[in-house]
Design a protein around this ligand. Structure first.
Ligand code: 16G
Ligand code: ZN
Length: 530
């Protein structure tokens, strides 16, 4: 009779490893899709181990490369409550992915079983989803082959957004408990979001919003979601061609708009109308509009965070709930003026390194933690205790009751497992309807400092070491002093250099009082890296 060892080795041999070193980075493994089959296979083994380590709870695997070009793909694990994989396990993923032979794959696998004392009687449960890329189905097959080899039948959700998969995982693991998150199905997801949205929007309305879906999975999913929404807003869906693989993230999508600070070329904007762009797996969103002089204005993650934070704080106060701590979490990329604005609102604000897991973790310190990266990745977390207080709070006046009911619906509207472009879209739409704000009114809360992001090719990005939430370099020695000296020459200036977690480059960010100064500063700092 064949053993697990035989099964794993035989199955692994169908997915030979390319001559390359892999690393589980900020967003899992991400690279050219043709290098990935062996990596995904091994991630499948890791997912099964992780599930057993978690007592047989469901663990998710998402196959996507988000905003990357169509030829790329990626894979990342989702922990039982819908969070990103605990960082200490990333190293096991890296080790498995780099095992030199099929035998070594099994050796590491069984070593982890031993190290964590995983009992054979705990059955692993793995769920998988993928984005719309051409390479995705074959990678799902690699994943299925791996978990089958260790006796697991995975649940395959097919083509879904990354945040949907996070949602399913949390629902599956909380089913039948007093903290059940929802029905673990696409319908359950749409139902949860739309019920909250429809309740919040009763009697309210908005002008239409146009949503660029990056020709990715967000398009079909948003189309399905809109069927559940009342007619308080009409959502115009663009760039939703998922059949032409080469169109994914090409000249459209959140990353294009944020990086180039311009409209997707396919969009002819009506002045003062609202536009939003999702990224390829719909976990990022940015808004934008053109003003009456046809000038483009970006409403990025910082603007969404400040909008959400001020709205929720107002609802909490209006509900009569006291001693409620709401904080905002940003990264070094947050525009300096957004940080000042949050401070002016009297809210605590903290800065963490780039990458959702860092922000998410910091946001857990508050009753309500609002976290967004400037690039549009983010969500709002309510602590269990905060949710309990909100649910048992007794309003004293009809006005408090109204605010409390809205606050309760807001907690349902927000996907609290991870940043979710569809949930964030509905949240922004609700807030703008409540405030009766046009996009320029939203924008006028504070004015972004002009800024510039550059990337520099360097021989070895690992030579760049940062501290202070990536705002300062400790290595190479002396470089930070040089940056500081340059920054000192410009007005309202700030600049930092950090190694990318997803590409072999170093990123340079600069902001200053004028566009010219920000660009010049970025160039001068970049020149220091030569
Ligand atoms: C990943 C991160 C994203 C971050 C980006 C930075 C997740 C799910 N994604 O895509 O949040 O903004 O990396 O990339 O954490 P960089 O390190 O190349 O600048
Ligand atoms: Zn993404």
């Amino acid at each position: 009779m064949s053993s697990t060892k035989d099964f794993v080795i035989a199955a692994s041999s169908a997915y030979p490893k390319a001559d390359q070193t892999f690393q589980y980075g900020t967003a899992g493994f991400r690279m050219k899709a043709d290098l990935l089959p062996s990596v995904v296979f091994r991630v499948g083994l890791l997912a099964a181990l992780r599930s057993r380590f978690k007592g047989g709870q469901y663990v998710g695997v998402m196959i996507t490369a988000s905003h990357n070009p169509p030829a790329d793909n990626g894979v990342k694990l989702v922990d039982p409550m819908g969070e990103m994989l605990e960082s200490s396990w990333e190293a096991y993923g890296t080790k498995l992915a780099n095992a030199a032979s099929d035998e070594e794959v099994y050796e590491y696998y069984s070593q982890l079983e031993k190290d964590f004392n995983l009992k054979p009687d705990v059955q692993a449960q793995v769920v998988v989803g993928c984005d719309t890329r051409e390479s995705s189905p074959a990678l799902v097959d690699a994943l299925v082959a791996a978990v089958n080899a260790v006796g697991v039948k995975p649940s395959d959700y097919g083509i879904v957004t990354t945040p949907q998969l996070h949602y399913f995982v949390r629902c599956l693991n909380t089913q039948g408990t007093d903290h059940a998150y929802g029905e673990p199905s696409p319908e359950g997801y749409f139902q949860k979001l739309s019920t909250a949205y429809n309740q919040l929007m009763a009697g309210k309305s908005n002008s239409p919003v146009t949503v660029d879906c990056a020709n990715g999975v967000g398009g079909p999913q948003l189309r399905l979601l809109t069927k559940y929404l009342n007619d308080s807003v009409s959502v115009v869906i663009t760039n939703d061609d998922t059949q032409t693989f080469s169109k994914l993230n090409s000249q459209c999508g959140a990353d294009y708009v944020k990086t180039n600070q311009r409209l997707p070329p396919s969009t002819t904007a009506q002045p003062l109308a609202r536009y939003a762009s999702l990224d390829g797996d719909a976990d990022r969103i940015v808004y934008y509009y053109t003003d009456s002089s046809n000038v483009f204005h970006l409403l990025d993650g910082d603007k969404i965070a400040t909008l959400a934070a001020s709205f929720i704080v107002d609802l909490v106060r209006a509900s009569g709930i006291t001693d409620f701590k709401l904080g905002v979490v940003q990264t070094a990329y947050a525009n300096g003026n957004s940080t000042k604005y949050i401070e002016k609102l009297g809210l605590p604000v903290v800065c963490t390194p780039t990458g959702v897991k860092h922000l998410h973790h910091a946001a857990l310190a508050y009753d309500c933690g609002v976290y967004f990266e400037a690039n549009g990745h983010g969500t709002v977390l309510f602590s269990t205790e905060a949710l309990r207080r909100i649910s048992v709070h007794e309003p004293n006046t009809p006005a408090e009751k109204t605010a409390l009911t809205s606050l309760q619906a807001v907690t349902e509207l927000i996907n609290q497992t991870v940043g979710d472009a569809l949930s964030d879209l509905l949240l922004v739409e609700v807030i703008l309807a409540y405030k009766a704000w046009s996009p320029d009114q939203w924008d006028s809360c504070y004015t972004d400092l002009p800024n510039k992001l550059e990337k520099a090719e360097v021989a070895d990005r690992n030579k760049y070491k940062t501290t202070d939430a990536e705002r300062k370099l400790t290595e190479p020695e002396g470089l930070q002093d040089q940056i500081d000296a340059l920054v000192g020459k410009y007005r309202s200036a700030r600049s930092f250099v950090r190694p990318s977690g997803t590409e072999n480059v170093v990123r340079v960010y600069a902001e200053a009082a004028t566009k010219g100064e920000a660009e010049e500063l970025a160039q001068k700092v970049k020149a220091l890296l030569k």
